[in-house]
Design a binder for this molecule. Structure first.
Ligand SMILES: NC(=[NH2+])NCCC[C@H](N)C(=O)O
Length: 437
């Protein structure tokens, strides 16, 4: 039976201030930098999104020496990912789409491991300049951020030595459920692995040939032709062109434009199947203020596109028309009814009248005033009948043009008010939803 997918409106944000998967200082500052740039607030502005901030995971301090050849800080990387994997499981089991802010890309081990434990049928879209599928034997750098994919996939488990501290992580995810977007710096053995396992890959030259829409749609079709599997996107900011995202540790020229990346995320959002999204490798310590700002803004744009922000704009929820009147009102005077005059309950009576008349209007901003002299004249003209109904003068100030609503007559059916209707312009008062509702 085919399940109807729609975008998950509940989101859980996890920060991972971790940088030991590579050698440069600064990528651990990204969660804080993203938060102070308004990450949570901006996500909450997306129509209908319920965003829970799970805070940053505790990065375990661990002083064990690296015991595996050509794998820097493995015990630390392992401890961080173990804790992240647990946090992922928690967020997903809370029914939320997990948004993880790294940290370097070694944290993909924890996010995918945690996601897999909840959704075994998940597919993984790795958006990156690099394939990150080195083993410690094939890596030139010895940095684990170039190895997460190789650690995760079961097909490569035989190519690793025993990894002390990594017993918690059993590679179960199949490379058959992986696709790449944005590659342009692929090491030799990485290319071999991609070809050997026929990983659907749209490197930059393929994106150049086919466009971003066809590229992602092709990958999604190959990995999940029946459109029924949860999607995990692991987005490395270095997939973007260095001009769009300069503040990152291993930037490569000639990458995705921000527009392509946004489009990519919009397409993924529209599947309704996105369940986990990582944003990694933003390094606020690289570059100047403007580089930092540009990179962080690009990251925010990407997250927002993935979570349903529409560049077309969205009309206010529930509204069917532009607000006709938006004002607040105050009764300054009113001709009382006979009954009120006698009972002296003028004030309550007035409030009741106001409620009755203006319950239909929300958020009225200007004043509603009766001119005493005028009201007396009118009262005379109406020969005492005025006591049978309240009479108001309403003045509303709209933004562009002051509009006067001179009279509102109630219970006035026997009365011919055509004279007043001619003299004063009547304005229909329509109910409008209060802004923000
Ligand atoms: N997530 C990244 N930025 N990875 C960069 C990896 C670079 C290189 N291929 C390496 O293995 O060291």
């Amino acid at each position: 039976m085919s399940q109807k997918w729609k975008p998950l409106k509940q989101v859980g944000v996890i920060g991972v201030p971790f940088e030991k998967g590579q050698k440069k200082y600064g990528v651990s500052v990204a969660p804080a930098a993203m938060r102070s740039a308004g990450l949570i607030e901006q996500l909450r502005e997306i129509d209908g999104l319920d965003v829970k901030d799970y805070g940053d995971i505790d990065i375990p301090s661990c002083h064990e020496a690296a015991t595996v050849d050509n794998m820097a800080y493995l015990p630390l990387v392992s401890a961080c990912n173990r804790s992240l994997s647990n946090k992922m499981t928690q967020v997903l089991n809370d029914g939320r789409l997990a948004v993880t802010i790294g940290g370097d890309h070694s944290i993909g081990v924890g996010t995918v491991d945690g996601h897999y434990s909840v959704n075994e049928d998940m597919i993984l879209i790795w958006v990156d300049a690099h394939a990150d599928i080195n083993t410690n034997k094939t890596s030139d750098s010895g940095s684990v951020h170039g190895m997460p994919v190789a650690l995760l996939v079961k097909e490569l488990s035989d190519y690793w030595p025993y990894l002390p501290t990594m017993d918690w992580q059993v590679p179960k995810f199949s490379i058959k459920n992986l696709g790449y977007i944005g590659l342009r710096s692929v090491d030799h053995y990485e290319r071999l692995a991609i070809e050997k396992y026929k990983v659907p890959t749209f490197a930059m030259e393929d994106i150049e040939d086919h466009g971003i829409r066809t590229s992602i749609n092709h990958i999604l079709h190959v990995l999940d032709p029946e459109k029924k599997k949860p999607i995990h996107v692991s987005f490395d900011i270095d997939s973007l062109d260095a001009l769009e995202a300069p503040s990152t540790g291993t930037s490569v020229r000639g990458g995705l434009t921000l527009r392509e990346a946004i489009k990519l995320m919009e397409i993924i959002h529209s599947t309704g199947r996105l369940r986990a999204l990582d944003l990694v490798e933003i390094n606020p310590a690289i570059g100047n203020d403007s580089d930092r700002k540009r990179t962080i803004e690009a990251g925010l744009c990407i997250l927002k596109a993935a979570l349903g922000f529409s560049r077309r704009g969205t009309s206010p929820r529930g509204a069917t028309d532009l607000p006709i009147i938006s004002a607040s009102f105050k009764i300054s005077s009113c001709l009382e009814t006979k009954q009120e005059k006698e009972s002296g309950e003028e004030k309550n009576g007035m409030r009741a009248i106001a409620d009755k008349y203006f319950s239909k209007i929300s958020n009225i901003e200007s004043k509603y005033i009766i001119n005493e002299g005028l009201s007396k004249t009118i009262s005379n003209l109406l020969q005492g009948k005025v006591n049978a109904f309240p009479l108001y003068k309403v003045s509303l100030s709209l933004d562009r043009k002051p509009v006067k609503i001179p009279w509102t007559l109630d219970l006035a059916s026997p009365l011919d008010d055509s004279h007043y209707k001619k003299k004063f312009k009547y304005l229909k008062i329509k109910k409008v939803p209060a802004p923000g509702n």
